[in-house]
Design a protein around this ligand. Structure first.
Ligand SMILES: Cc1ncc(COP(=O)(O)O)c(C=O)c1O
Length: 457
């Protein structure tokens, strides 16, 4: 398995050929799942005592298994939050794997961590956080949110002895991503949801805080605002919320996992005003910064607080903390010890193309949302539910029931034509099933959008 021979050379060439084919194919079907039993019937036993051989396994992948995946970077994949890694970043993902770097400590991964930090400096500069702020790459937004909540909770507990025995409480809105509630469960803190899926305003937050009991108020340690909600691309009133957090001595976390890429876009940057006052921010390069999976990021105004919360101790780790090994240790700032230098593909792509190209690619996503908004207004059978926000567009097909949306989604997916999924939008007390676009891929065309809308006729 660890021998270098002709088979290895041939396999390397096969892998490179596959990679070139995959990343240069611009028009293709979108890919759809199969039942596990169907896949098993197609490929048979693949993990056996003696192995089936690399060539056979790779052929099974190419013939059957890879087609059972949605091509998340397909220009007509507009569901959830799509991805569209640059080709340079995908290629360097291969280099990252081939380089076998342990990215936890500078002592072992200095070269890779240096590159990650160069990319991170750019991301931090977009936030406007003060000198000293810095971050690390995580496995995604969920892990970044978890790392931030743990840091906030540990900081709060360090403030006085009473907090040490209290169950913490955070406030966010129903527009926040599901990972906030899920990670609060992991950390065992309670979540109070402000009942708005629209922009969370400072006034609504203040009202919620004012209604807390004295006991709840004592337990409250953080507010999570969203910089681009997953469902509708809405940016909360970050400045107003920051002011309240300052006055109430609360940790201010901004979850910009999806929207954070738009910090690079001059046309919408002002919508994020106030983000520079955050104590921590989540931004996912694997969403709108065109990185391959998986690559999230958590950024702290005061990274030393994260280090207090996360740095692991163990006699076997002491050497990493010795002066002789001195450098930046990403493991100290988030929940993971052994880690891939997952910011490396982003660094290579940024170094290759420059940050201006990133700005342009993000602006294209915003433009596509505006274009689709206009197309929807011009067509009789569809209408906007709300004006596009960032790159999210919510719209309804007049007269459709939830089942119609579902059937349409599956029909388009089945044909390999497009993947656009329904969601729900809350108005008053009612949840309406509607259709949603989220644009990330700058290669999506106006024609793609038209064709999808026309398929709803
Ligand atoms: C606003 C927001 N936060 C967090 C997440 C979770 O990120 P991940 O899936 O990378 O864990 C998402 C995912 O879509 C998101 O949109």
């Amino acid at each position: 398995m660890h021998k270098i021979d002709l088979d290895l050379v041939e396999m390397t060439l096969d892998v490179m050929k596959y990679t070139i084919d995959r990343i240069s194919k611009t028009e293709d079907v979108i890919g759809k799942p199969q039942k596990a039993a169907t896949l098993k019937a197609l490929v048979g036993d693949t993990v056996t005592d003696k192995g089936i051989g690399g060539e056979t396994a790779f052929n099974l992948w190419k013939q059957h298994l890879m087609h059972a995946n949605v091509k998340i970077d397909h220009p007509r994949h507009l569901a959830f939050v799509p991805a569209s890694p640059t080709r340079a970043s995908i290629l360097f993902d291969l280099v990252t794997s081939a380089s076998s770097i342990h990215g936890a400590y500078w002592m072992e991964g200095a070269g890779g961590i240096f590159c990650e930090n160069e990319a991170m400096k750019w991301i931090v500069s977009l936030t406007g956080l003060p000198e000293g702020a810095f971050g690390v790459f995580t496995s995604g937004g969920t892990a970044a949110n978890l790392s931030a909540i743990v840091t906030a909770r540990e900081y709060w507990r360090s403030l006085n002895d009473q907090n040490k025995s209290q169950k913490g409480l955070i406030i966010t809105s129903i527009g926040a991503h599901s990972s906030i509630k899920a990670m609060a469960k992991v950390v065992d803190v309670d979540v109070l949801l402000v009942d708005t899926e629209d922009r969370l305003k400072g006034s609504a937050l203040q009202h919620t805080i004012d209604k807390l009991t004295p006991q709840q108020k004592q337990r409250l340690f953080a507010v999570v605002a969203t910089g681009g909600t997953t469902n509708a691309g809405i940016i909360d009133d970050l400045d107003g919320i920051a002011t309240i957090c300052q006055a109430e001595n609360l940790w201010f976390h901004v979850d910009a996992a999806y929207g954070g890429g738009a910090l690079a876009a001059d046309s919408v940057r002002h919508l994020f005003n106030g983000i520079e006052k955050a104590d921590s921010i989540t931004i996912d390069p694997h969403k709108w910064m065109f990185s391959p999976y998986d690559c999230g990021a958590v950024i702290y105004k005061q990274p030393e607080l994260a280090k207090k919360a996360h740095a692991q101790e163990g006699s076997y780790l002491d050497i990493f903390k010795d002066e002789g090994a001195h450098g930046f240790n990403p493991t100290d700032y988030q929940i993971q010890l052994t880690r891939r230098v997952r910011g490396l593909p982003l660094w290579f792509s940024l170094a290759t193309h420059g940050t201006d190209r990133y700005k342009q690619a993000v602006e294209r996503g915003l433009e596509l949302a505006a274009i689709s908004g206009q197309l929807i207004k011009d067509m009789d059978h569809v209408e906007l539910v709300r004006e596009p926000s960032l790159s999210c567009v919510l719209y309804r097909r007049k007269g459709w029931t939830p089942n119609d949306y579902r059937d349409w989604t599956f029909a388009n997916h089945d044909k390999g034509f497009a993947l656009v999924t329904p969601t729900k939008w809350k108005t008053g007390d009612t949840f309406e099933t509607v259709s949603r676009f989220c644009f990330i891929n700058p290669d999506t065309t106006e024609q793609d959008i038209k064709a999808i809308l026309e398929s709803m006729k």
